[in-house]
Design a protein around this ligand. Sequence first.
Ligand code: HEM
Length: 120
Amino acid sequence: MIGGDAKVRAMIKRFYDLMDMVPEYYVIRKLHPADLSGSRDKLSMFLSGWLGGPPLYADKYGHPMLRARHLPFAIGIAERDAWIACMARAMDGVIEDEKLRAWLGEQLFKTADWMRNKPD
Ligand code: HEM
């Protein structure tokens, strides 16, 4: 429905480009490595499986264990909201169907909320 691997990759490229450029997202940009190409690859591969396509991330790295992999980074409400805002903006330019965008935003919010690991 989203448009396959090319769309997912385009969306994630936009996500990290925005994270790199927009001052409001610095709160999460600073948690990431200087070179975002690894992040871009891993999130695109993860979303491929998460969205019902080929499980590229699991094939290469094993079980995602997403919450555990995020424990080294302090994630609270501000970080969650910046991640979701950045992703909503990335989706805006790539996924045309408004209902699909809204649905995906809700699912991603649940996952992002589950990643919180510090008291606010
Ligand atoms: C809640 C706010 C979030 C913050 C602040 C955050 C931040 C980070 C950081 C700093 C990394 C490590 C750098 C990197 O490898 O790119 C990372 C890795 C990753 N994140 Fe997030 N993330 C968040 C939410 C999410 C969500 C909602 C997903 C999935 C839908 C996700 C998927 C991933 C994946 C797949 C990796 C790579 C894991 C690995 O193999 O090391 N993240 N994230």
